[in-house]
Design a binder for this molecule. Sequence first.
Ligand SMILES: Cc1cc2nc3c(=O)[nH]c(=O)nc-3n(C[C@H](O)[C@H](O)[C@H](O)COP(=O)(O)O)c2cc1C
Length: 227
Amino acid sequence: MSFKSVSDAVHSRCSVRAFTNEVVPAETLREILQLAARAPSGGNLQPWRVYVLTGQELRRFVGTMQERLLSGPADPEEYTIYPPNLKVPYRHYRFDIGERLYRALGVEREDREGRKQWFARNFAFFGAPVGLFCFVDRCMGKAQWADLGMFLQTVMLLLSERGYGSCAQEAWALYHRTVTQFVSAPKELMLFCGMAIGRPDEKAAANHLNSPRMPLDDFAVLRGFEE
Ligand SMILES: Cc1cc2nc3c(=O)[nH]c(=O)nc-3n(C[C@H](O)[C@H](O)[C@H](O)COP(=O)(O)O)c2cc1C
């Protein structure tokens, strides 16, 4: 797949939560990560630190993670994924995307076990052949965390351009200790999120989800243009 424009790429990227087992070559990932590092960052700090697992290493990690899931509650929180008591309209958007996902999967609202099992698929990277973790130095602040987002979106667009799918995953923050230990990340690094990467399974219901966006006038104010 190749895109005619950036608009095309932005438009066609969506979170992919089911993958084929096609291998993603190391050169492709290295090329994408190097290019994505062209993302802007305040003061050119380039605060992203990335670990990528595939093949035997990924299988070993997912095995470790499955044991970890059975061994007890999540790790003590290092950062709060969503603000507590999420207010409207944010609460509405979060609820809505969850409902859409479970509807696409055919999991009923009352089926708590079904929902839990689906959520747990996060911790197998949804079966993706590649798992990426994005860390940031603990000395960094809010501004640098925003830089991580620019880097990650650039990675996702470059993946789309090559016909690969991805899903950013904050869920990994719940098990930051297991992740940090497995990849041997130094103590000064803190896990922000993971990302599942691979060739999308086009037939999978999970990949046929329409995630809506709020209308422009709900989030943007443009002034002075009518003069
Ligand atoms: C930083 C970040 C973390 C995310 N974490 C998760 C996650 O843990 N699990 C998941 O299924 N989706 C996760 N998502 C995907 C969002 O749910 C998704 O981006 C949003 O619903 C919009 O849908 P789209 O990506 O298909 O456009 C995450 C997205 C971002 C940007």
